[in-house]
Design a protein around this ligand. Structure first.
Ligand SMILES: C[N+](C)(C)CCCC[C@H](N)C(=O)O
Ligand SMILES: O=C(O)CCC(=O)C(=O)O
Ligand SMILES: [Fe+2]
Length: 414
């Protein structure tokens, strides 16, 4: 869905937006009608005439009682391999909240209906790998009329606004934070409000100008085409933060492009090119600093990466054509196919309708999803001081879930 409707939603950014319950609620058929057992399975018949079958060993292994599961660390205490191979439910006692099971090894387990329904594997009812149902709002250049914005003072002082910031980043792939003091200290505190900072060969919290302090074109006045950072890392940083705190020259505008929207356009216009960029791996390196040669393992990921656990949906874009190494692994017949697909991708990235150009100014920070949104920069002259940092994907996702899920919902999801 394009961001037409979001215009109205974002005039409400001055209102405190309560974090909506973003937990994927399972059907209200959580209450079972009957529970029965066979020699190897426990059978649950649900209200909606669905039936789940659980292997005895699977259920016993997932017992969450305080003897089998550490209630604080949420780690398994049970020695899986001590479960007798002939483990069998000898009695089941269903109740309003769930079912108690007595096993032939004398142990008793209790499983909540919600947990059983969520984790049912025969059949599977929901994508258990996606517990947050924050939709992705795809956008094009029109986002310039209604970019997601939150206020620094609110993010720093209320968990609701921090939750809104995280939700915006998850939904749109980026968010502006306005009212940030024009200084390293407060900008870094804002980053740490989200999660801890990722150290790399560029340092932790960066403060840079075009002085080639590091061997990368980011440290020059050259233009940078739309790209994602860290294609040379096995695990590219999840988020990137920029705050332009000093600038006395010309040019240097910033660019964002919604890579998920561009990928959808490519798939529609040229499914073959989409498939090519989803399969051909791209080696990358960062080798500009002395005594530095960073390459991912394996040394090559596709530009478009899909999640087999989530309906093979696109979950990560890795694209920096300048940091791409030699394509010496292609079969001869793949070469022209690759460059044709790359050109189609680039043409869409550079389509004016997909480019969101803006001028960063002191006080306005941008944080964006480096796995979805590509960024770039126009060439510039003069003194330009940019500060910011990388944040890890997993730490960002953790903060996002914690800010939108209750403890009970988190427990049910594990
Ligand atoms: C650290 N800082 C963000 C200033 C510069 C990073 C260099 C960007 C690199 N060419 C890449 O695409 O990953
Ligand atoms: O200078 C900028 O605006 C961004 C440069 C860049 O792409 C980066 O530092 O990763
Ligand atoms: Fe970059």
């Amino acid at each position: 869905m394009l961001c037409r409707s979001v215009r109205f939603k974002f005039t409400s950014h001055i209102k405190k937006i309560k974090p909506e319950r973003n937990f994927i609620k399972i059907s209200d058929a959580e209450d079972a009608i009957t529970v029965s057992t066979t020699t190897s399975k426990v059978i649950v018949d649900w209200q909606d005439n669905q039936t789940s079958k659980f292997h005895n060993i699977w259920l016993r292994d997932h017992c969450k009682c305080s003897e089998c599961y550490h209630q604080i660390t949420k780690q398994r205490l049970l020695d899986t391999f001590s479960i007798p191979e002939d483990i069998k439910a000898i009695s089941t006692s269903p109740g309003p909240e769930g079912v108690e099971i007595k096993w032939n090894d004398e142990h008793k387990s209790f499983f909540k209906w919600g947990w059983l329904r969520r984790h049912s594997y025969d059949p599977k009812f929901i994508d258990t790998h996606n517990i947050l149902n924050i939709r992705k709002t795809l956008w094009n250049a029109g986002i310039k009329y209604c970019p997601p914005i939150v206020q620094y003072i609110d993010v720093m002082n209320t968990k609701e606004e921090l939750a809104s910031l995280l939700k915006n980043i998850s939904e749109f792939g980026f968010c502006f934070i306005d009212g940030v003091p024009h200084a390293v200290k407060e900008t870094e505190e804002l980053a740490r409000r989200v999660c801890f900072i990722r150290e790399t060969h560029y340092g932790g919290f960066w403060d840079f100008t075009a002085n080639l302090e590091h061997g990368d074109t980011a440290y020059t006045t050259l233009p940078l085409k739309a790209h994602t950072d860290n294609t040379y890392f096995t695990d590219p940083s999840g988020l990137q933060m920029f705050h332009l705190i000093e600038f006395d020259g010309k040019g240097g505008a910033s660019l964002l492009v919604d890579g998920f929207y561009v990928a959808r356009q490519l798939r529609t216009k040229s499914p073959t090119a989409y498939e090519t960029l989803s399969t051909i791996t791209i080696p990358a390196h960062s080798a500009g600093d002395p005594n530095t040669l960073i390459q991912p393992t394996p040394n090559g990921y596709p530009i478009l990466n899909h999640d087999p656990l989530l309906n093979n949906s696109l979950y990560q874009i890795r694209y920096n054509n300048d940091d791409r190494s030699t394509m010496n692994h292609l079969e001869s017949e793949q070469v022209l196919e690759f460059y044709d697909a790359l050109r189609k991708w680039n043409n869409l990235l550079k389509d004016k309708h997909n480019e969101y150009w803006f001028q960063l100014k002191p006080g306005r920070v941008v944080i964006f999803d480096n796995w979805r949104v590509l960024h770039g920069r126009d060439k510039f002259s003069g003194h330009r001081r940019l500060i910011g940092c990388y944040l890890n994907w997993d730490d960002y996702q953790s903060r996002l879930k914690i800010s939108h899920l209750s403890q009970e919902e988190i427990l049910e999801s594990l």
